[in-house]
Design a protein around this ligand. Structure first.
Ligand code: 3PG
Length: 306
């Protein structure tokens, strides 16, 4: 009997866990849940007899891969898999998958929600500002970026996007202006919503020059990863511009410094919660479970990333 470990430091909703367990029970798999665990060593210990592993942002490093003596597959219930050591997994012939698109709506709603919250001064009676008629630039037009575009259009915003990996026709067909360069996106748009993954190429790529080029009222919204921001460049922009704002679901390393000096210009969630909705938990958890069953029973490697 195959054994699956569901290891989520940030727990799925009870409903999602029940549905995920149901998928495995139907397939005759054994399931263990390790939620809200206090230490990485708990994951290392728990994975020892698992054939399959479901995770969220949980760190699956070489130690975890090597501890999983029976491990055949790791599914990241979510989009970004920068928390998984793909090299170590491939060396041990462990398949790694993600569940693209399953939590995108939740993240996109948070991006716009943070903008509204900030524009209305944290829902206080101080006169705020509206999104209607403002320009928003979507940096990377994947599953989340596309929904951000849809919602932003609903707000009456002028929507632009830059993504060298997406056919411009796709962007134009969604009624969005396609920018040919990242520089033109940032210099044109007061709002930038970030949706790039963290890779060797994108790490620290959102740097001073791009941020400084943004128009008056510049607002950077990050529901992607903190690592894509060059924090020295970010701090320099804050030091120079009173109008610059940074809203992020993944607080930067310099969080305390920014909050101490530029309190009214920043908004950071206490813990990454873009994908933390009942719907996203259910969609990504069940997708991960089905992918595991299909892989173990039929060898289906759809969504393999290594
Ligand atoms: C993702 O990459 O899917 C998001 O960052 C969500 O991460 P989480 O599962 O830790 O909430």
């Amino acid at each position: 009997m195959s054994k699956v470990l569901i290891a989520t430091e940030k727990p799925f909703s009870a409903e999602a866990v029940a549905e995920v367990k149901g998928v495995f029970q139907e397939a005759g798999f054994e399931v263990e849940v390790l939620a809200k665990y206090p230490d990485h060593s708990d994951l290392v210990n728990a994975v020892s007899d698992a054939d399959a592993l479901i995770i969220r942002s949980d760190k699956v490093d070489r130690e975890v891969i090597e501890a999983g003596k029976n491990l055949k597959i790791v599914v990241r219930a979510g989009a970004g898999y920068d928390n998984v050591d793909l090299e170590a997994a491939s060396e041990k012939s462990v398949v790694v998958m993600n569940t693209p698109g399953q939590n995108s709506n939740a993240v996109a709603e948070l991006a716009l929600g943070m903008m509204v919250f900030m524009n209305r001064n944290g829902f206080t009676p101080v006169a705020g500002s509206e999104l209607r008629g403002k320009k928003i630039g979507i940096h990377a037009y994947g599953a989340v970026g596309r929904i951000v575009g849809l919602i932003a259009k609903g707000f009456g915003m002028k929507v632009y996007a830059y993504d060298p990996f997406v056919d411009p026709v796709v962007i134009k067909n969604d009624g969005i202006t396609c920018e040919e360069t990242v520089e033109s996106l940032y210099s044109k748009c007061q709002y930038i919503s970030l949706h790039i993954p963290v890779t060797a190429e994108t790490r620290s790529s959102v740097a001073y020059d791009l941020l400084a080029s943004m128009p008056e009222g510049a607002t950077l919204v990050n529901t992607a990863r903190k690592e894509v921001i060059d924090e020295d460049g970010l701090k320099k922009v804050f030091a120079e511009r009173k109008d610059f704002r940074y809203l992020s679901d993944i607080a930067p390393n310099c969080r305390e410094e920014l909050e101490a000096n530029f309190k009214s210009q920043v908004l950071f969630t206490p813990k990454k919660m873009g994908a933390q909705t009942a719907e996203a938990n259910l969609n990504s958890g069940v997708a991960a479970a089905r992918q595991i069953v299909n892989f173990i029973e039929k060898g289906d490697t759809t969504f393999k990333v290594n």
